[in-house]
Design a protein. Structure first.
Length: 121
């Protein structure tokens, strides 16, 4: 199971610092490349640039909750929300990850070794 994670391209977890302008202020944000890929995709889906998306997100967070304690953590969590919103995308992601590292997809209904299936109530 861990092979899927261990065999990923190291460039995915390489930290990347981007210098950008958010709401008129110059800043830099350091995230792993995989998170930048998701953020870039979200921005594209929203029809704006990555700095434009991040500026809007920052403005909305300020309006709702005030200054975020850690904007970079907020961005990572936003990426998780995006993945969660994809619904059954978790299985597709696992299968895609297996494909990336050359492992065949798990058969439908397969469980991990030692895992128990919990019956629905």
């Amino acid at each position: 199971m861990c092979e899927i994670y261990a065999r990923q391209d190291p460039r995915r977890y390489q930290p990347v610092t981007r210098k950008l302008r958010l709401n008129g202020q110059s800043t830099s944000i350091r995230l792993e490349q995989a998170f930048w890929d998701i953020i870039d995709r979200i921005a594209q889906d929203e029809g704006c640039s990555t700095p434009g998306f991040l500026s809007t997100l920052q403005s909305e967070v300020l309006e709702l909750d005030g200054e975020p304690v850690n904007f970079t953590s907020l961005l990572r969590c936003a990426c998780l929300v995006q993945l969660e919103m994809q619904g059954s995308g978790a299985r597709r992601m696992r299968d895609a990850a297996r494909q990336v590292v050359g492992i065949p997809p798990a058969p439908r209904g397969a469980t991990l070794p030692g895992a128990m299936e919990i019956p629905a109530s």
